[in-house]
Each structure stands twice: as structure tokens, then as C-alpha cells.
Design a binder for this molecule. Sequence first.
Ligand SMILES: [Zn+2]
Length: 121
Amino acid sequence: MHEMGIISGVLDAVNASAADAGAERVLAVNLRVGRMTEAIEDALHFAFEALSEGTLSEGAELVIQMVEPRSLCLACGNEFDHDRFHRICPACGSYETSLVAGRELEIASIEVDLPDDDEQE
Ligand SMILES: [Zn+2]
């Protein structure tokens, strides 16, 4: 599954930075995922639960922000939103378009529980 590979990479990065920060566990992971990655939100959650088991991220909340695709028309300079399948410029009908958003796959932020933090029990 595509999502398993994505989450596996995300968890490697998250667990490594949590460990670097001396965190006891990860509380939340905020991801930005472009629709053009074709990743399915439910499958990402499923993969996260399965793969985080036994790591610092076990039990952490996964928050996913899906990013809608957006392209720039190379013929007329129009910038427009579209779905995964329609990338023709709505202004001039050109196929010569360049994706400017929608392929994101980034960790926007993570929240961790530090040993000195007295707020959490
Ligand atoms: Zn155009």
C-alpha cells in the first residue's frame, strides 16, 4: 500500500526528531498532504496506527490537512484550482500547465511530551 510507505517515512522522521528533543512520547503529528499524491486519508490513519506501534509515536493523534491541487497555465499565466484529473486551463483551454500545489507531503509540525512538562500525567 502506497500509504504505508508514506507513513513509514513520516514516522522515521517524527520519531527521530522526538528522540533528539528528548521527548517521552509524541502527542500529535500534523501532516500536509496534496491530493495529487493520491494518498487516501483513511489509509494514512490506518497505516499510522499500525506502524507507530511500539515507537514514540504510538497513540499520537494524526492530523491530516489535505491540499487541493492548483496549477499555473504556461500559455496565459492563469492560476487555477482543479481536481486530480482536470488540469486544462479554464481560461484558454491549454494543456500546458504546471502544478504549483497538490503534491505536498510534509510534516507541518509535531507535538511531543517532554519529561519536564508537568502538565501531562
Ligand atoms: Zn491558460
